[in-house]
Design a protein around this ligand. Structure first.
Ligand SMILES: [Zn+2]
Length: 312
């Protein structure tokens, strides 16, 4: 066990979630402080239709999202897009039984394969009545969904943050719902994805030239935060290449480096599983290659001397 100034901090309980309008009829559901399992979601409303992008980790938080949608006068969502399979974005699907769930086909398969595994990492969280509400409509490369006049393009990217990621792009509003491809003031996470793949995905979404980015975690941001994510990933990749060249392991690297400009970001402990992924890629692993998630997450917990706090 290593004492480390970047140990997961027991931040005071997070602020209440809020629904913020980022363009006409386009809302972001933001859950401060964006730490473990405190993800963001998106709500598109137009005429008599509502499209929801992701939900929340717990039934309580998903019900709050449902109530906030109702408070805008919009009907319950007809379509629900999951940007990737991780439980913080998908477990709350259960609170929207009337919605048709849509996801990239690999995401749909991953949701079924992983089930409610995330709940076992934080058994003390009040998850409530959740389930794996698997997508019934899947797409391969690209799909368009409409809420009234609002057009949303689903773009398959990845392996990047996870094995299969979807970015939701609103070309008329120039709003990007990035899922966990972009984190804002929160440490990027590639444990189940790919460093190289995420860099490629960020290059792709950068070319869209979004004016507003709703990240997967943390406050609404712009291109500057995307660029900061790129800097982190390049730094990570550089560390991994050096480590592999000199025969040093991920934990040794994590003990010896300073997070520098990224030290203020939430969940800095992700450096450990990120290094496992980056080192595997530096040794030749394909993007998204299946690695032992239990080993990587367990090494992080052991390295920092405890499970990071989850405020979900
Ligand atoms: Zn995720």
């Amino acid at each position: 066990m290593t004492a480390n100034p970047h140990s997961p901090t027991a931040t005071p309980s997070a602020e209440a979630p809020a629904l913020t309008e980022v363009a006409d009829g386009v809302h972001a559901f933001l859950q401060p402080d964006g730490g473990w399992c405190l993800n963001n979601a998106g709500v598109l409303t137009g005429r008599d239709d509502t499209v929801l992008i992701d939900t929340a980790a717990t039934r309580g938080r998903a019900e709050l999202l449902r109530a906030m949608i109702a408070s805008t006068g919009a009907p319950p969502p007809r379509f629900l897009v999951n940007t990737h399979s991780h439980g913080d974005h998908t477990f709350g699907n259960a609170a929207f039984p009337e919605a048709t769930v849509i996801a990239q086909e690999g995401t749909a398969a991953d949701m079924v394969a992983h089930g409610l595994h995330l709940t076992t990492l934080w058994p003390d969280v009040e998850w409530g009545e959740i389930g794996v509400d698997a997508p019934t409509v899947t797409y391969r490369d690209r799909m368009t969904v409409r809420a009234g006049g609002t057009v949303a393009e689903l773009l398959h990217l990845g392996p990047a943050h996870s094995a299969y990621d979807t970015a939701v792009w609103l070309p008329a509003e120039r709003v990007l719902f990035a899922g966990d491809l972009v984190m804002s003031g929160v440490t990027p996470f590639v444990m189940t994805g790919s460093v190289r793949g995420l860099l490629d995905a960020l290059e792709t979404v950068r070319r869209l030239d979004p004016s507003v980015i709703v990240p997967g975690h943390g406050p609404v941001c712009g291109i500057e935060m995307l660029d900061a994510n790129v800097r982190y990933l390049r730094w990570l990749s550089g560390l991994a290449c050096e480590a592999v060249a000199s025969g040093v392991g991920p934990l040794e690297v994590a003990s010896s480096v300073s997070l520098g400009e990224f030290s203020e970001w939430v969940d800095g402990e992700r450096l450990v599983p990120n290094l496992f992924r980056a080192c595997a890629e530096a040794r030749g692993a394909e993007p998204g290659a299946v690695l032992d998630v239990g080993e990587m997450f367990g090494a992080m917990v052991k390295h920092y001397g405890g499970l990071p706090t989850c405020h979900a």
